[in-house]
Ligand binder design. Structure first.
Ligand code: PHE
Length: 345
């Protein structure tokens, strides 16, 4: 009997040594699984021995069972240990693969910048604010009354035909200039008034120097004893701040229904330095604004007494200023959103 038990223990020990050798050679979880089948599976020495215990003589059963179980547990423990080892290895590998290098430079989002028109509006606003002006804004969809009628431009007035108006209905339109805000503001407030009104205006026109939408800054100053000298000084001072001292400006007499007298102001052409080129149509000058003393007829529409108050108004073309300041020769470039153009500013 002892001999049989000894033989079995020797076989179990031999099996265990083989197992240990095989275990050393496994390199991953899959191989480990195979090893488990070989040494603890249905056909393994351990399992078949345990299964056959029933057919052994009674006195042998406990010894065989005890010894076989010892080896079963030893093998199971070694397998568990190795499983844990491979699992941690695999986890490590996964971590390394998913690693994020925080020191790598990221993708920079493309940042936009302010449109050149907006930049110039803000620059001009700053200049006027520095001179004590306030900023006001008005509607782009306007009544005929404010755009024409109350600006001393009745229905049959020839000046209306110069405006190429976009009409929405008989008496509603897209404002053709920012001047309607003169009337709206004076209706609401009493002098002294000194405001500027930046905004979009619309006319049916499209070529190198005209676009259906463009930008103006209106100005209005009304108080006692305001005269043409104030107008001239204000606009010359602003022009010098915008363009620098070396650019020349000049006033030419002009006509607007809502100012009297009226004038246009030109700035010497930057592109040809006043010699004459395609941009300034050979004249050496470019017109940047219309201006004049507020016509007494306009005061009547807002209930001001023309004997008590006088004032001046002006309308600056912003795109023109941009063209002159930066030497741009096609107005349409402002609105085509070509990145090569936009990125320059
Ligand atoms: N509104 C005029 C225009 O668009 C400009 C202007 C404004 C002229 C104010 C005189 C006074 O041409």
């Amino acid at each position: 009997m002892d001999k049989d038990v000894n033989k079995l223990v020797n076989r179990l020990e031999e099996e265990f040594q083989n197992f240990k050798k095989d275990l050393k050679e496994t390199t991953n979880l899959k191989e480990l699984e195979k090893l488990k089948v070989n040494y603890l599976g249905k056909k393994s020495l351990i399992t078949t021995t345990l299964k056959n215990i029933g057919s052994l003589p009674n006195d042998l059963k406990p010894v065989v069972g005890k010894n076989t179980n010892i080896y079963r547990k030893k093998i199971q423990a070694s397998l568990d240990q190795k499983v844990e080892f491979f699992e941690s290895l695999e986890f490590d590998k996964k971590l390394r693969k998913e690693k994020i290098d925080l020191s790598l430079p990221g993708k920079k989002p493309e940042l936009g910048s302010k449109n050149i028109i907006t930049q110039v509006i803000e620059e001009i606003e700053e200049i006027f604010i520095g001179m004590g002006f306030k900023i006001a804004e008005g509607p782009e969809v306007e009544l005929d009354y404010y755009n024409f009628e109350a600006l001393n431009t009745p229905e049959d007035h020839p000046a209306r035909s110069l405006h190429d108006t976009f009409f929405i209905s008989d008496d509603v339109l897209l404002r053709t200039h920012t001047s309607p805000m003169q009337v709206r503001y004076m209706e609401k407030y009493q002098p002294p008034i000194n405001i500027i009104v930046p905004g979009k205006v619309y006319r049916r026109d499209y070529d190198v120097s005209h676009t259906p939408m463009f930008t103006q800054i209106e100005g209005l100053v009304v108080d006692k004893d305001i005269n043409f000298k104030h107008l001239k000084w204000t606009l010359e001072t602003v022009a010098r701040k915008i363009f620098g001292r070396d650019r020349r400006v000049r006033f030419r007499p002009h006509y607007f229904p809502f100012t009297e007298p009226s004038a246009e102001m030109d700035v010497s052409c930057k592109i040809c330095d006043g010699k004459g080129c395609r941009v300034c149509s050979g004249s050496g000058w470019l017109e940047i604004l219309g201006a004049g003393m507020v016509d007494p007829n306009v005061y009547k529409f807002v209930g001001y007494d023309p004997d008590e108050f006088t004032g001046f108004a002006f309308g600056i073309g912003i795109e023109r200023i941009c063209m002159l300041k930066y030497g741009i020769n096609d107005l349409r470039a402002f609105f085509e959103n070509d990145m090569r153009f936009i990125r320059q500013f």
